[in-house]
Design a protein around this ligand. Structure first.
Ligand SMILES: [Zn+2]
Ligand SMILES: [Zn+2]
Length: 77
């Protein structure tokens, strides 16, 4: 049971912006979305908003949350 707003987003759990670490309602993420779409690495964990340890690698990036483990992405994915 979740109170879904009329934005069309039906996520059950709150997901933090991986670029600025704020909730979707908390800030304007237009620039964040553009930044992430450009295959730049995220900086914050989507699940806990902790700052992740980010490494840029030749194929893209890897980012590690101390609680939720590593993510990777970029051109090689
Ligand atoms: Zn953002
Ligand atoms: Zn996390």
């Amino acid at each position: 049971m979740s109170a879904t707003s009329d934005t069309g987003v039906a996520d059950v759990t709150a997901t933090y912006c991986t670029r600025c670490g704020k909730l979707p309602d908390e800030a304007d993420h237009t620039a964040c979305a553009r930044w992430l779409a450009a295959e730049e690495p995220p900086r914050f964990c989507a699940q806990c908003a902790r700052r992740m340890k980010v490494q840029v690698v030749p194929t893209g990036w890897s980012a590690e949350c101390s609680r939720h483990g590593a993510l990777s992405g970029g051109a090689g994915v």
